[in-house]
Design a protein around this ligand. Structure first.
Ligand code: NAP
Length: 348
């Protein structure tokens, strides 16, 4: 692409917003020209309005942008949304109404009947609902969402099992503190401890997985019929959600067949060579003590999901662990990959 496409980030001063700014630095297709936040930040330079909390320096070209209020006038056609959930519904809709494509991290629109909850490796065909969304709502623009950070790790790891017919799954998460934003969980609560509760997370994982792994015929979505039970824990890890999964399958593949399915798994983003798509979206680690957040989460630019410890399950058929970067593949990187797919398909 000879000229990079201007894009905006709504909620650019927050934690996920900063991940967008970092992830999009030097992106081959997109260039941030607009940073939006609340009226507390609007009018300030991005580097004055933002307490930069990520490793490495704030990208210089964004540091000098003036923060705008999150209003559509003057914003580029493509905007990534990382706004506080309490304000995202109306603002995202306002942008879509005014012709913008909104790629949202917020939970607000994920489960709506005409909004894609997109994981390009799994359900690219869900984008076929967009004409229905535009017609229903009378929008010239559109909203596309990406899943909760733990759901995306789980669904990517389950994707290679789809061919064997997933009937039931029981999962337990060990979720990093960065998933709670900044300042997140109090240090007195999480240091040398595990908190066996993340409000709303189990319900989100169950509902979102059914939608993502289900079908879309261009008129409506159908949920995947699997039974899924999730238990979610916050653990003292900085980045990387680790998920323990047991899965029951309708066909009965051998261990070699399951390993082969994981290791050969690729999808549309890889075929299209999208810039943020990892060459292998799901990577099997054969070592008996992997994947580990500290050792594996930054690999593949944070965009792959790592699977390990595949073994027979005495209750269901197979059990394994999977790991993904919650603020990259689970947030900013996921939205950017969604935008890349839409660009490649002529939808933006
Ligand atoms: P955050 O750090 O609190 O950032 C919130 C952002 O929203 C800030 O830029 C803030 O701007 C902006 N904002 C607040 N009120 C606003 C208003 N009235 N108008 C416009 N902008 C406003 O939150 P976060 O952790 O980055 O999370 C952002 C969103 O992503 C949430 O919906 C969250 O559920 C979702 N999410 C988070 C994660 C994660 O790992 N943390 C993962 C996936 C999804 P000011 O700086 O001006 O206040």
């Amino acid at each position: 692409m000879s000229q990079r496409i201007p894009v905006g980030v709504l909620g650019a001063t927050g934690m996920v917003g900063q991940h967008f700014v970092k992830f999009l630095a030097n992106h081959p297709w997109f260039r941030i020209t607009f940073v939006g936040a609340s009226d507390r930040s609007a009018g300030k330079k991005y580097n004055e309005a933002t307490s930069w909390r990520l490793a490495g320096a704030m990208p210089e070209d964004v540091a000098n942008l003036t923060v705008s209020e999150c209003k559509p006038a003057g914003a580029p056609q493509i905007v990534f949304s990382a706004m506080d959930a309490s304000v995202a519904t109306e603002i995202e809709q306002d942008f879509a109404k005014n012709g913008h494509t909104v790629l949202s991290n917020s939970r607000n629109h994920r489960m709506e009947a005409d909004v894609p909850l997109l994981v390009p490796e799994i359900n690219a065909e869900h984008l076929s609902i967009l004409p229905v969304q535009k017609k229903n709502r009378g929008w010239s623009g559109q909203i596309v969402t990406n899943p909760n950070c733990s759901t995306i790790v789980l669904t990517m790891a389950l994707a290679p099992f789809q061919q064997f017919g997933i009937t039931r799954s029981v999962i337990t998460t060990m979720q990093a503190i960065s998933g709670a934003g900044y300042p997140g969980v109090a240090s007195m609560d999480i240091t040398a401890n595990v908190i066996p509760y993340i409000g709303g997370e189990e319900e989100k994982m169950e509902m979102e997985t059914h939608k993502i792994m289900g079908g879309c015929d261009g008129a409506s979505f159908t949920n995947h019929p699997m039974k899924l039970s999730a238990t979610c824990n916050r653990v003292p890890v900085v980045d990387g959600h680790l998920v323990s999964v047991s899965v029951e399958l309708s066909s009965k593949p051998s261990a070699d067949e399951v390993r082969a399915a994981i290791e050969s798994f690729t999808a549309l983003p890889q075929q299209l060579k999208l810039p943020s798509a990892p060459p292998r979206p799901v990577i099997y680690l054969p070592q008996q003590d992997r994947p580990q957040p500290r050792r594996d989460v930054e690999r593949e630019n944070g965009m792959a999901v790592f699977v390990g410890r595949l073994r027979a399950c005495p209750v269901f058929d197979w059990k394994f662990l999977c790991l993904g970067h919650n603020t990259v593949r689970g947030a900013a990187g996921a939205s950017v990959l969604n935008a890349e797919l839409m660009k490649a398909q002529g939808l933006v």
